[in-house]
Design a protein around this ligand. Structure first.
Ligand SMILES: Cc1cc2nc3c(=O)[nH]c(=O)nc-3n(C[C@H](O)[C@H](O)[C@H](O)COP(=O)(O)OP(=O)(O)OC[C@H]3O[C@@H](n4cnc5c(N)ncnc54)[C@H](O)[C@@H]3O)c2cc1C
Length: 385
């Protein structure tokens, strides 16, 4: 009855479903949550404010093909994303740029700006590490300020590390922009879907060849015997695309893959504005990493305002926890590879997405990857047997 079963209706699974359905394949999408959209899911809270339940998402890309593909399913609200950091100097723009320099260094700023431009040129991006190692005391001050006040404590919170566990050379790769430019991303397209991400993915999955079952996991409907998948008791000869956590699929038999999770709390206020900007990073104080004020992120015109706070923690695999951020290191990659070998031994089984590949993807990158995998499947380059 089905040519393809896809586990997961996030950006990865929904994109693959649509491409395969348009090519005439009958696609069954199984989603264990009670909604589509994966972590991009948004909904209106009881006060009518559109919130992102799994953390704030902004679409940004330079990939023309991905932009065109997604634009079939949504209009967009365009904007240039800007982020502030809360430090003792108040709200300062990040990444650190010449606007930030003048807010932080007051009377000294003109002198330091000239040195920055003379040394590196207008419009360049200078890694913080380079500034930390310069012999010029003014330039070094910028490096030290940025490292201490923007990256060090934030990174400790985000990844649950002690200062001595933070690799300065990795953290300090982040650039200082020698320009009056508060833009957070540099991409050509930066936008949110005009009616939200959920509507985008609902429209993508709305195709006569796609059947979606929410509240249903792959494990509810299939089993594997000797490398063969069975669906509803019968041998399944089609293809299965899995976008969930590979360790959990195999009962964590080699151990659990480490992740950072987030506890995200929401608060509604009957006032026009809380912070006046979409995102403020708390880089030196508090236990949360950032506050998002949704009406500024989604450009929704509404009375009252809703904010969220994100508290990072280690993921322990509890039922209400979500594995958000992969912890990339050689040991974790080696553990993942053990599961990947088991997955390869299942006939016509393909892993796709941030969980199944144990890899961070932005939305545009995973949509592109899903488009590529689907097209390769259609060209049957990927038959394993
Ligand atoms: C806090 C945060 C903020 C982010 N912000 C941005 C941003 O601003 N811009 C951006 O481009 N990217 C952002 N990202 C990245 C973005 O969330 C991912 O690119 C995207 O969610 C990846 O989609 P996916 O389909 O791989 O995974 P997911 O969205 O996680 O979808 C996987 C789906 O599979 C389902 N599933 C799992 N196991 C099973 C199973 N066994 N059976 C059936 N279903 C299953 C899950 O319930 C889930 O719905 C952010 C990520 C985080 C963590």
């Amino acid at each position: 009855m089905y040519d393809v079963i896809i586990a997961g209706a996030g950006a990865a699974g929904s994109t693959a479903a649509r491409i395969l359905a348009e090519a005439g394949k009958q696609v069954l999408v199984l989603e264990k949550r009670n909604h589509v959209g994966g972590n991009c899911y948004d909904e209106k809270d009881p006060y009518g404010v559109l919130i992102h339940l799994y953390g704030p998402h902004i679409f940004h890309t330079d990939r023309e093909q991905v932009w065109e593909f997604l634009s079939q399913f949504t209009g967009w609200k365009h904007f240039q994303h800007e982020v502030k950091a809360k430090t003792k100097e108040g709200l300062i723009p990040v990444p650190f740029n010449l606007n930030t320099l003048h807010l932080v260094f007051g009377e000294d700023a003109d002198r330091i700006e000239k040195k920055l431009i003379d040394s590196y040129g207008q419009g360049t991006k200078v890694p913080v590490l380079e500034l930390l190692h310069t012999s010029d005391q003014d330039l070094k001050r910028i490096g030290e300020y940025v490292y201490e006040n923007i990256y060090l404590h934030y990174t400790m919170k985000q990844w649950g590390k002690k200062p001595e566990e933070i690799d300065k050379s990795v953290t300090a790769r982040v650039p200082v922009k020698v320009a009056y430019d508060n833009g957070y991303f540099t991409n050509k397209y930066q936008a949110v879907p005009s009616e939200g991400f959920t509507v985008l993915f609902e429209n993508m999955l709305d195709h006569p060849n796609i059947t979606v079952k929410t509240g249903t996991s792959l494990e509810d409907c299939t089993e594997v015997q000797n490398g063969q998948i069975y669906y509803a008791g019968d041998k399944f000869e089609g293809k299965v695309i899995f976008t969930g956590a590979l360790d959990e699929l195999f009962g964590c038999k080699y151990g659990r893959l480490p992740y950072r999770t987030l506890e995200i709390t929401f608060e509604h206020m009957e006032k026009e504005s809380y912070q006046g900007v979409p995102v403020v990073n708390y880089t030196v104080s508090d236990a949360f990493t950032r506050i998002t004020e949704y009406k500024y992120l989604t450009r929704q015109k509404i009375n009252g305002t809703t904010i969220s706070r994100e508290y990072p923690r280690d993921y322990e695999g509890k039922p209400d926890e979500i594995p958000y951020y992969v912890i990339e290191n050689a040991q974790n990659r080696a553990l993942y590879e053990k599961y990947a070998v088991d997955a390869k031994n299942i006939k016509n089984f393909y892993t796709l997405g941030r969980l199944a590949e144990y890899q961070y993807y932005d939305i545009d990158a995973i949509v592109e990857r899903a488009m590529k995998l689907s097209r390769e499947l259609l060209e049957e380059k990927l038959w394993k047997y």
